[in-house]
Ligand binder design. Structure first.
Ligand code: SF4
Length: 447
């Protein structure tokens, strides 16, 4: 029987980093294009040829600074961005040979800065204004860093015991080890930003007190738990929430009950892939992803899909569970599933899955992982009195101002399903932009 210690080895970062020679060789392939399309394809607008040129000339600290200047979570994004759809997808070398491996070069430079304990930025001269940021994920961290550089006294309120949000807790360690995200957090703390971890707004401190005591508040709380499936048997043992499972392994806890078991993951987004590939590393014998739509509608990125397939994960399209069935001890043993078909595209362009009557069948399973999206922080949003649509905070798209004149919002908390790009890199960019708007508006209110 495998122990938790044996399983731990499976969670080391899966992709090796470039060594100095490999980085140099790759950097030397770059054409340093004028009006480079890779820059335009990066949501944070990193000067990609600029940072590559610095690697080629041996100025790795300068390279890391160029990256982190535009993207405060540049080390995490080097690992989790869908680069083939963004910068690498836009690289002119796609037309001739193969694109520059921009993500790998970005990782090389930021890893160097991390290993050599470099401090890349300085806080601005204090301007006497105070900003509260709620949530320390990509959007919160990025807004805090930019505001600290502009001279604001920034306090981040974080409900969890460690800062970094999704990057620290919600992405599997073999793709994004926790220490990478915590280094980015440290970079922000080095600017004098206070991060009050273990502090839940609405419980440990009131939303109205933040509004009263700070010049502006930025709500960047992301999303919450996986919702209930809403079917019979959901309280059986052996049913996991994918987000909780990822957080567990990210904290170095490796449940041994997966060894040799059959796992079914419900859903086909990023978290479903993480739940499935985690199950494989926890020793599961067979892992299936069940999705009620088809491959074409799945929201996981292509590279995640490929990664899961390489891990031996099986995909069952147009299938959904109707009932979870337990054994005498109250542990899941089977699922009653039903086959689905898609309607013609409706007015919103989406095809709806509908059950095929009489197509029910039983599937033997030992563990079920729920990964059907995430719920919203309704209570917190309402504590601030913000207008929202099903937990998606309404903001002015240019200023990120909410319905409250002192409260802004950025990141997943403003991304509606199917609208906008809910990537860590987009949230980081929104965090930056929100910081600049807050700065502009506070400057104007003084004048
Ligand atoms: Fe270099 Fe490709 Fe960007 Fe051109 S498009 S600057 S070759 S990475």
């Amino acid at each position: 029987m495998l122990s938790a210690n044996d399983l731990a080895k499976n969670f080391d970062e899966s992709k090796p980093s470039y060594n100095a020679q490999e980085a140099l060789d790759e950097a030397n392939r770059c054409l340093y294009c004028y009006d480079a399309p890779c820059i335009k394809a990066c949501p944070t607008g990193i000067n990609i040829p600029g940072f590559i040129k610095k690697i080629a000339s041996g100025n790795v600290k300068g390279s890391a600074t160029t990256i982190m200047e535009e993207n405060p979570i540049g080390a995490s994004c080097a690992r989790v961005c869908p680069t083939e759809e963004l910068c690498e997808g836009a690289c002119v070398l796609n037309h001739s040979t193969k694109p520059i491996m921009i993500g790998d070069l970005q990782r090389f430079a930021t890893d160097w800065a991390m290993k050599n304990e470099q401090v890349l930025f300085k806080a601005g001269e204090k301007n006497g204004k105070r900003i509260a940021v709620v949530g320390s994920g990509p959007a919160g961290l990025s807004s805090a860093r930019e505001l600290a550089r502009l001279g604001y006294a920034v306090t981040i309120f974080e409900a969890k015991e460690e800062a970094g949000g999704l990057d620290t807790h919600g992405i599997v360690p073999f793709r994004l080890p926790k220490d990478i995200s915590l280094w980015e957090v440290e970079q922000v703390e080095n600017l004098g930003v206070e991060i009050r971890t273990g502090t839940e707004v609405g419980k440990d401190i009131l939303a109205k007190d933040l509004i009263r005591d700070y010049d502006a508040v930025i709500v960047a709380v992301g999303m919450s738990k996986v919702p209930m499936l809403g079917i019979e048997g959901e309280d059986l043992a052996g049913i996991y929430d994918a987000i909780d499972l990822v957080e567990e392994v990210k904290n170095g806890n490796y449940p041994t009950e997966f060894v040799g078991k059959r796992v079914a993951v419900i859903g086909a987004g990023n978290t479903a892939i993480d739940g499935a590939t985690t199950s494989v590393r926890l020793g599961a014998e067979n892992v299936k992803i069940l999705y009620r739509r088809t491959e074409a509608e799945m929201s996981a990125y292509d590279f995640e899909y490929e990664f899961a397939k390489q891990d031996g994960v099986e995909f069952r399209w147009l299938v959904t569970p109707k009932r979870l069935i337990g054994d005498n001890s109250g542990h899941i043993k089977q699922m009653e599933c039903v086959r689905m078909e898609l309607t013609e595209a409706e007015s919103d362009g989406r095809k709806r899955p509908v059950e095929i009557k009489g197509s029910e069948f039983l599937m033997d399973v030992d563990i079920v992982i729920k990964a059907i999206g995430q719920t919203r922080h309704h209570q917190l949003i309402e504590a601030f009195g913000l207008e929202h649509n099903g937990g998606v905070v309404k903001v002015d798209p240019k200023t990120f101002l909410t319905s409250h004149p002192k409260v802004y919002a950025a990141g997943d908390v403003v991304f509606a399903k199917g609208v906008g790009e809910a990537m860590a890199v987009s949230a980081a960019q929104q965090g930056k932009e929100t910081a600049y708007v807050v700065h502009q508006q506070l400057k104007e209110s003084k004048e």
